[in-house]
Design a protein around this ligand. Structure first.
Ligand code: ZN
Length: 227
């Protein structure tokens, strides 16, 4: 199992050049935004995602696009709310290699249990590019979830995949890895986080991003569609 020193959650995430656009009917709110990774402190990253009740063709396309974005940004995991979709779903590839198809996992409605052991390793996040810090996680964890075909997935994970599923399941609950840092670690990344906060504020002011109410109503529409 690779360690996070070799494969990272997020590193120097460049803006995906011409990141993928979903083409579908104008009635569908997914049409309104291209699929791209949102950054801290976007409110969808703090939203508790709802379990999916249906998987349709569009969602399968979304999952394929999520893998693409994850590889473009050299990540090993990506949660749906990181692409501004309020669904309990994440993709992962602990190899971080688009050619390692066997290592690709899609986890729908994941439930973690039976975590044990402690392990500290450095993490980053594609939604907070450039910020890295050591995070303590369970070294082993059980997961129950579904794949895109509706098959149940159950297993006990260790190594990097165990860390990834804990990081990504946190996302689905609106938790970021920076929430798991001690005061000293948090202080060491505080300045960088403030830069993200200022950049976000400025995007709201220039209306490059819709306001909080518009974001919330879009999320609610997407939830009505599939949860
Ligand atoms: Zn993350």
């Amino acid at each position: 199992m690779l360690s996070t020193n070799h494969r990272r959650f997020g590193q120097n995430a460049r803006r995906a050049p011409g990141a993928s656009v979903i083409h579908n009917s104008p009635a569908n709110p997914e049409h309104q935004l291209s699929l791209q990774i949102i950054q801290y402190p976007h409110p969808t990253l703090r939203h508790t995602s709802k379990p999916l009740k249906r998987v349709d063709a569009e969602l399968k396309k979304i999952v394929a696009e999520m893998f693409e974005l994850m590889y473009e940004h050299e990540g090993v995991g990506l949660a749906a709310n990181q692409v501004d979709l309020p669904y309990r779903l994440f993709v992962a590839n602990a190899e971080g290699d688009r050619d390692a198809k066997d290592a690709e996992c899609v986890f729908i409605n994941p439930v973690l249990s039976g975590g044990h052991g402690q392990d500290e390793d450095e993490e980053g996040c594609l939604s907070i590019p450039g910020v890295r810090a050591p995070v303590t996680r369970n070294s082993k964890i059980k997961i129950q979830a579904y794949d895109l075909a509706g098959n149940e997935i159950m297993g006990e994970l260790d190594g990097l995949l165990a860390r990834i599923v804990q990081h990504e399941t946190d996302h689905l609950d609106g938790t970021l890895f920076i929430d798991r840092l001690g005061p000293a670690q948090l202080a060491s990344v505080r300045e960088r986080l403030e830069e993200f906060e200022l950049a976000f504020q400025s995007k709201l002011e220039t209306r490059e991003l819709p306001d909080a109410a518009q974001m919330a109503s879009r999320r609610a529409e997407l939830e009505r569609l599939r949860t």
